[in-house]
Ligand binder design. Structure first.
Ligand code: 5GP
Length: 191
């Protein structure tokens, strides 16, 4: 293994099964790879805990951290701010660790621009066409036409990012078990 570590980012359209795959990766590699905590201004959802996946902060606190250069990248998504802490991630890469974080596409573009490509691997989860995703999204919770149109617009931007990825994991209907194996294999190769 090379002496420097790497940041692995996971990017995927909403409804692609990203959460399930990320949870599987966390269970498989618990204690072996680093899962940095991001900051967000969104409210905590039931079952979430402060400091687990996110530090939940006020918009004022988040803006203060932007000013201080605390973030490697930050982005606004659905009206909330999200940011990855620079120091934490860079320190782990320098000490040879693999660091894995899921981000939305603006953050992914920023990270690609800012980081040495040798220090980075980008995994994109491909869950098929808009029609497939729309069905999955609507199975979870019905959306208003306005919300659906927004999701569709976002989806078009998300698939544009696909050619930027180092690895593509296919997670179309019925492929979850293969997708889990594929993502685990990719990370093992990077270790
Ligand atoms: P959620 O609110 O559902 O946890 O996350 C919403 C979106 O924000 C997801 O696409 C997730 O990948 C993304 N996200 C989570 N943390 C970060 C971060 O630190 N930076 C960026 N740019 N996006 C993030």
């Amino acid at each position: 293994m090379r002496s420097r570590g790497k940041l692995i980012i996971i990017v995927a359209p909403s409804g692609s099964g990203k959460g399930t795959l990320v949870d599987h990766v966390k269970q498989t590699f618990a204690g072996e790879i680093v899962f940095p905590i991001s900051c967000t201004t969104r409210t905590m959802r039931p079952g979430e805990r402060e400091g687990d996946v996110y530090n939940f902060v006020s918009r004022a606190e988040f803006e203060k951290r932007i000013e201080e250069g605390y973030f490697l990248e930050w982005a606004e998504y659905s009206g909330n701010l999200y940011g990855t802490p620079r120091e934490d991630i860079m320190r782990h890469i320098e000490s040879g660790d693999l660091v894995l974080r899921e981000v939305e596409i603006q953050g992914a573009y920023s990270i690609k621009r800012l980081m040495d490509p040798e220090d980075l691997a980008v995994i994109y989860i491909d869950a098929g066409s808009w029609e497939d995703l729309r069905r999955r999204i609507e199975e979870r919770a019905p959306l208003s036409p306005v919300e659906l149109a927004l999701r569709h617009e976002r989806f078009l931007k998300e698939i544009e990012f696909k050619p930027e990825a180092t690895y593509i994991v296919s997670n179309k209907d019925g492929e979850l078990e293969q997708a889990k194996e594929h993502i685990i294999d990719i990370i093992k190769q990077l270790q």
